[in-house]
Design a protein around this ligand. Structure first.
Ligand SMILES: Cc1ncc(COP(=O)(O)O)c(C=O)c1O
Ligand SMILES: N[C@@H](CCCC[NH3+])C(=O)O
Length: 417
């Protein structure tokens, strides 16, 4: 089948991968503003219940320029750390638009949010007690483990029996005692079952469970079903999109019947990260070596796992597109078994294993597709490598540098000499 992306070269606006690498260097993260805005809008209209809000999950990509666009589209945001709260505020999010979903944090980190007026969710009895002691009479949310998990790898399943996250429902009497002891108001309950589901069922089932748990509390201002909305990473094989219409209709139905039965109308919210940013991002890199192995051809690039760790960490698949000397996508007709590797000193430094790709030569450019989520945000300086620059193809198709590449001075900047 022809590449989804080959038909979609509009991604690069008025330029192309070759010109982008000539101008900004390799490797390079490239984001498309129109796609980002489209994904935000799809999520905002997911359900028709009027008090519905979308909290973008900042961990997926915390580039301040992308955060500004997401804010312009009317999304709120969730944060997992004071550093993310700091970035969100820099991007213009107001404290009441930020939800701090904390996990095992120090009193100082809780104070950081309390001082700024950011609502915190805690996810253990210990942390609820710590919060109560710090902010008696305050508002708080709790993260529930609904007992149902889902995700693309066991490392990203965040509910069920094998996870550090969330409070089990049988601890609710204890939660109530602590709330009373510290005169806390429980304003919200939230959950997140895990990252990347492609069928509505686990999410909807977990949402129903959360609604039954919500019946234990009278004054909830919001109920948060979490993120995890998947994107099709295997577009070249024709993978289908998550059916948002079906998912939205099911959510509307359970929200509608729950609110009608209870006669209360809290805000409902979701926390998508990947769905918002994955498909607006491509990671470009350059081929420097081609080597015939026993079973596969190794294509050696500057795309080490310091730049994109998902394949090495979770065995994740990203489609690969090959560009010719004019920066145009090479058609996927004559294909050979190819393994794309990086420049990091580890054998696990593989970005695409045993793929059928067109014949690749030194100097070719590769596009690692759907790399906007958990790409740069999980990048590192391992091997003292420099994290790449980030470029935005803006809504008029122009390329804009939104973050420069690291420098050697950046690597030195934290040392005392
Ligand atoms: C609490 C919480 N909310 C939201 C998300 C976003 O998940 P995703 O990017 O799969 O939508 C995550 C990450 O898995 C998370 O841990
Ligand atoms: N980092 C994961 C997503 C989940 C992380 C957040 N709980 C990934 O790249 O797929």
């Amino acid at each position: 089948m022809e590449s989804y992306y080959t038909e979609n070269t509009r991604f690069y606006g008025n330029t192309n991968p070759k010109r982008l690498l000539e101008k900004y260097g390799s490797p390079l993260y490239v984001y498309n503003e129109n796609i980002l805005r489209e994904r935000c809008r799809e999520m905002v209209k997911l359900v028709s219940y009027p008090k519905f809000r979308v909290c973008y999950s900042t961990k997926a990509n915390s580039n301040i320029h992308l955060l500004k666009i997401i804010h312009e589209e009317g999304l709120h945001a969730d944060a997992i750390s004071p550093g993310e709260i700091f970035f969100l505020q820099k991007a213009g999010f107001k404290p009441q638009e930020i939800f701090y979903i904390s996990n095992n944090v120090s009193p100082q980190e809780m104070e950081f949010a309390i001082e700024r007026g950011v609502t915190i969710s805690v996810d253990s009895i210990s942390q609820l007690k710590q919060y109560g002691a710090l902010n008696p009479g305050g508002k708080v949310a709790i993260r529930i483990n609904p007992g149902i998990g889902a995700g693309h790898s066991e490392k990203v399943v965040t509910a069920g029996n094998n996870t550090k996250f969330g409070i089990y429902p049988d601890l609710i009497p204890q939660v109530k005692r602590i709330l009373k002891e510290h005169n806390l108001k429980l304003v919200g309950i939230n959950q997140h079952i895990g990252s990347l589901f492609m069928e509505p069922t686990p999410y909807v089932e977990a949402a129903k469970t959360l609604l039954s748990i919500a019946e234990n509390f009278d004054e909830l201002e919001f109920i948060d079903f979490g993120g995890g909305f998947g994107i099709p990473y295997r577009k070249q094989e024709g993978e289908k999109r998550l059916d948002l219409k079906a998912l939205g209709e099911q959510l509307d139905e359970i929200i509608g019947s729950w609110t009608a039965k209870r006669g209360i109308y809290p805000t409902f919210q979701i926390e998508p990260g990947r769905y918002i940013v994955a498909e607006c991002g491509v990671l470009l890199g350059t081929v420097y070596a081609v080597k015939q192995g026993y079973n596969t051809t190794y294509v050696g690039t500057d795309l080490g796992f310091n730049v994109l760790i998902r394949p090495a960490m979770y065995n994740s698949h990203h489609d690969v597109e090959v560009y010719d000397e004019n920066g145009q996508p090479v058609k996927l007709n004559e294909r050979q078994n190819t393994t794309v590797v990086g420049n990091i000193c580890e054998s696990g430094d593989i970005i695409a294993k045993s793929r059928l790709l067109p014949k690749i030569k030194e100097g070719n450019i590769l596009g690692i597709m759907d790399a906007g989520a958990y790409g740069y945000s999980m990048a590192s300086n391992y091997n003292n490598r420099l994290r790449p620059a980030e470029v935005l193809i803006d809504k008029n198709g122009n390329d804009v540098l939104i973050r420069r590449r690291d420098t050697f001075d950046d690597l030195l900047s934290t040392f005392n000499f």
